[in-house]
Design a protein around this ligand. Sequence first.
Ligand SMILES: [Zn+2]
Length: 325
Amino acid sequence: MVHFNRRQVLSAAVAGAAFGISGSLEILPSALAQASAASPLNPNGLKFHKFKIGDAEVFTIYEGAIWREHAPGFVKNASVDEIKASLKSAGMADDKVPNSYTVTVVKLGDRTVMLDAGNGAGRSPDVGLLHANMKAAGLDPMRLNAIVVTHFHPDHIFGLYGNDDQPLYGETEIVVPEAEYRYWTDPAVIEKLAEARRGIARRVQASLQKWKTVRQVADGAEAVPGIRAVATPGHTPGHTSYRVTSGSGSLMVLGDLTSIPPVNLRNPGWHIAFDQDAVLAEATRRKVLDEVVASKTVCTGYHWGMPGAGTIAKDGNGYVLIPVA
Ligand SMILES: [Zn+2]
């Protein structure tokens, strides 16, 4: 169903596109969309998108976007001009590099599970929309049954933090990859990390490591019933994707297997600065993408913008996202 509620519809063309799909989406009036949600990766200002995998309801929830100035070294083996050209060929402005954040929520039976937790409020006025947009989707952020984490970068876990670095979600169980937990909680890791990354380890060790609600999941094991961990290392040492299974349906929550589509989905050999082991990240990316292409598995990507989900097709030397209906 398409939810228009009392909101205005942007245009007949957008409405037509909305009616043409079987999923659920919400369309904002253009002024509000520009103020609160629209970005090059979410041009229609969607708050959420909803679709089904088997009997499971899957929601992709938009948390917001930021824009980075171009900087040499953002992609170690591509020039700023090459990045601009790839943004342009994706139909985006090329003056800055956009990034956006999309959290996946899965309703499996009577359980509602969120995968990753966003930046949280306060990083920038353009992020922190997670709770408002969950509510727009009919989801109560404070009544989740579990939160499952792909990796420990701030845009994925700082949204777990409430006041005084206590868990924002109270007693809700937080399931984290065992390898990722081991890496970031090692006291010796801090001095091995680049300066810019040390704050993450310090914050994890001072707080999340002490939270009683945190449970670890091993590669291949179920994080919660119906959601299984699949190690996809490289972006971080313990980066983990999750396979959601419902009936004969299956969804892969890829996390940061790729960055935004014009960067390393289009160019899987590009080594972004955020990939801690870029060579391993590339090998993992190509292997998993080839698997989901072959199996036609629907995937969600944390930095794919909206609707943030789709199947992947091979396209020349790269891959292309075919958004989910
Ligand atoms: Zn990320």
